[in-house]
Design a protein around this ligand. Structure first.
Ligand SMILES: NC(=O)c1ccc[n+]([C@@H]2O[C@H](COP(=O)([O-])OP(=O)(O)OC[C@H]3O[C@@H](n4cnc5c(N)ncnc54)[C@H](OP(=O)(O)O)[C@@H]3O)[C@@H](O)[C@H]2O)c1
Length: 232
């Protein structure tokens, strides 16, 4: 049986870059997101698509076990916190935390039922520990996501022996994340290069939990650093 990987937020950007690496390595891929039907690798018949809106109060359920879950889904916060509407606040919290947790728990339950170990890659951000104005709620959700990954790094290997968790905090990447925001991303990292770093770290991980930072260097190339960071 092929190894099966789920990319939660694999329709574009970093998730799609990672899904393409997995495809080359022979994984069977499912890509989840609002635009999964239009995702290039789904349209080409190389991956299965799962239509999912994490901001929906009751996201669709996918009750199936996977060997690898890559959680990259995320959306930006537009402007200062005092400018956010109730709807914006709910969307951001659902997008980054409530939606993914509601979606992932039944999958993890399936893995447990089957005794099938899972490798979970959680992509947070440098905003999970670095204070940035106008990113208050975004950074807060990223910090929560990072702490969830650290906790799952202890919990999953005991609930489902053989499971592992990798928490990756990337810096700025030139992806559709910034589309229409007037941000100059010319100095940002290429998502394919960041994906390759994270994939290499996943493949060499022989401990239950690892936390990495994919740091942007002056020539835009990514550099991996290790361990949790204090807030700054
Ligand atoms: N780009 C950066 O500079 C940067 C830096 C640090 C960390 N990050 C984080 O890295 C992750 C990947 O970012 P990226 O740059 O690859 O972003 P991206 O190109 O905008 O891709 C975001 C992915 O998340 C999915 N997504 C967003 N909202 C969703 C929703 N409501 N329901 C389901 N799926 C949803 C999108 O799928 P659909 O559109 O198909 O729904 C897409 O696949 C994000 O968590 C982001 O916060 C990004």
């Amino acid at each position: 049986m092929d190894l099966e990987a789920l990319f939660l937020g694999g329709t574009k950007g970093l998730g799609l870059s990672m899904a393409k690496i997995a495809l080359k390595e022979g994984w069977a891929i499912t890509v989840a997101g609002r635009t999964s039907c239009a995702c290039s690798i789904v349209v080409e018949g190389l991956a299965a698509g799962f239509l999912l809106d994490l901001e929906d109060g009751a996201p669709r359920e996918l009750s199936k076990a996977f060997d690898l879950i890559v959680w990259t889904a995320g959306a930006y916060q537009e402007g200062p916190i005092i400018g956010l509407s109730r709807g914006d606040i709910r969307s951001i919290c659902r997008n980054h935390l409530e939606g993914p947790v509601s979606f992932l728990v039944p999958i993890l339950q399936k893995n447990r039922e089957l005794g099938r170990p899972v490798f979970l890659i959680v992509v947070a951000s440098s905003s999970s520990f670095r204070v940035r104005t106008n990113e208050g709620l975004y950074g807060t959700n990223k910090a929560a996501k990072a702490q969830l990954a650290r906790t799952l790094g202890q919990e999953l290997p005991s609930l489902i022996p053989g499971s592992r968790v990798l928490l990756a905090n990337p810096g700025g990447m030139a992806t559709p994340f910034w589309d229409g925001r007037g941000r100059d991303t010319s100095g940002f990292m290429d998502s394919n290069a960041v994906a390759a770093c994270i994939w290499d770290e996943m493949q060499s991980q022989n401990v239950p939990f690892k936390e990495i930072h994919v740091v942007r260097q002056s020539d835009k190339s990514p550099k991996v650093e290790y361990g949790a960071r204090l807030p700054e």
